[in-house]
Design a protein around this ligand. Structure first.
Ligand code: PMP
Length: 419
């Protein structure tokens, strides 16, 4: 008989806030945009591991490559040695992603997960500029380790860890004032004035869409102004594309639409293509200044992840067909969300591409919608400082029919909690 009991998690797993508290079920199998519980209930997964599953669960082609690699007894762990799997990944990433976009960045493997990429970015920015401060934005999310947390614009999360924002500052993100555009004049002035009390920072770190912080999306114009501010003052621009990257917003990098070129780019989540831990920090060549052993770690680049990552790039990014498909699904999603928002007072659509959702004026609503969606077979997460946004993040490979079904379930869930 199957054990469908969840009490083991409640008694044996740390009771930190975690997603499974929102979803009282035990999942066992997954394919594409679906997950099944151990007792066979089917759920549409529009959570996608918070962006780690852009190509869906267990994509058959990627699975085959992974199985072949493992059954062939190829190298799995390879600290400090070159491997064929790593070489293939680097070549493919260069040929399909960097070269076509005119980027000459070098690739660093900072560790297994997103926060490792951010930590590496902050460290190298400080080392290369000899400066300490980092400017980040209101409601930003960059990770849970101390450095990343120090630039995460959420005082509750920072305060608990006692993380200092040493000599650093938090600037208002685009649309922070809901409709009023924050300009960069104060940063421009204070950075030029040595008596201002605000140090010239090593870098500015920004997300183009605030994945965890409420799905506000920066306008292209705002990002371009930010880039030119940084250039004028010799401040490095870091784009944290951990969640918005790998196609989520429609292009491989989320900043492509704005036409900016960050000095440092953080990638993780979907880069392995298969939900395996993997992270990259991309650096302009002149920033590649680590001394040997100065920034290392045991799990920096895992060969099975290189294998699935290489296959995912070839499968999805060799031409622009996939990008067109993502654009169509994004249009369908935004139309559907707008439809739902239009029929609820105090509800707005937020986000860009397939990183979108509905913000509710009444901050309790989103959590209730999430629970009602779960009851109907749809997994969606909440986002924002008070969890006021229902975040809808299907895999990029979602079909038109699956998306239609998910939007219908969301419509029902919203109607059930707001009427
Ligand atoms: N940056 C951004 C933009 C993220 O959304 C996240 C994770 N949600 C991180 C960094 C941290 O990644 P990880 O949880 O893999 O450490």
């Amino acid at each position: 008989m199957r054990n469908t009991d969840t009490t083991i998690f409640e008694t044996r797993e740390s009771q930190v806030r975690s997603y499974c508290r929102e979803w009282p079920a035990v999942f066992d199998r997954a394919q594409g945009a679906h997950q099944w519980t151990e007792d066979g209930r089917r759920y549409l997964d529009f959570f996608s591991g918070a962006g780690a599953l852009n190509y869906g669960h267990n994509h058959p082609e990627l699975k085959k490559r992974l199985i072949d690699y493992l059954t062939g007894d190829h190298v799995v762990h390879s600290l400090d040695t070159h491997t064929v799997a790593k070489r293939d990944f680097l070549q493919t990433f260069q040929d399909l992603i960097l070269t076509p976009r005119g980027l000459d960045h070098v690739v660093q493997f900072p560790g297994p997960t997103g926060t490792n990429s951010v930590e590496a970015a902050l460290k190298i920015a400080r080392k290369c500029t000899g400066r300490q401060a980092i400017v980040s934005f209101t409601n930003a999310f960059h990770g849970m380790t101390l450095g990343s947390l120090a630039v995460t614009g959420n005082s509750m999360k920072r305060a608990g860890a006692g993380t200092p924002l040493y000599h650093s500052d938090v600037a208002p993100y685009d649309d922070y004032f809901d409709g009023e555009t924050p300009d960069f004049l104060w940063l421009d002035r204070t950075w030029s004035d040595s008596g201002s009390g605000l140090e010239l920072p090593a870098a500015v770190i920004v997300e183009t869409v605030q994945g965890e912080g409420g799905l506000k999306a920066a306008r292209a114009e705002w990002l371009r102004e930010l880039e030119s501010l940084c250039r004028r003052h010799g401040v490095l621009l870091i784009v944290d594309d951990v969640q918005a990257g790998c196609g989520r917003t429609g292009t491989f990098f989320s900043f492509e639409e704005a036409g900016i070129t960050p000095d440092i780019i953080c990638l993780s989540k979907s880069i392995s293509g298969y939900g395996l831990p993997m992270a990259l920090t991309l650096l302009r060549p002149e920033l590649d200044q680590w001394e040997p052993g100065e920034h290392n770690g045991t799990f920096r680049g895992h060969n099975p992840a290189f294998v699935t990552a290489t296959a995912a790039l070839a499968l999805f990014w060799a031409d622009d067909r996939f990008q067109q498909q993502v654009a169509s699904r994004a249009e369908q999603l935004h139309t559907g969300l707008q439809h739902i928002a239009d029929s609820h007072e105090g509800a707005w659509v937020r986000g860009r591409g397939l990183l979108a959702g509905i913000a509710f004026e009444d901050v309790e609503t989103a959590g209730r919608v999430q629970a009602a969606a779960f009851e109907r077979g749809l997994l969606v997460e909440t986002s924002g400082p008070s969890g006021e946004v229902v975040k809808v993040m299907p895999p990029l490979t979602v079909t038109e029919t699956e998306l239609e079904e998910g939007l219908e379930l969301l419509t029902q869930a919203c109607a059930a909690v707001t009427t």
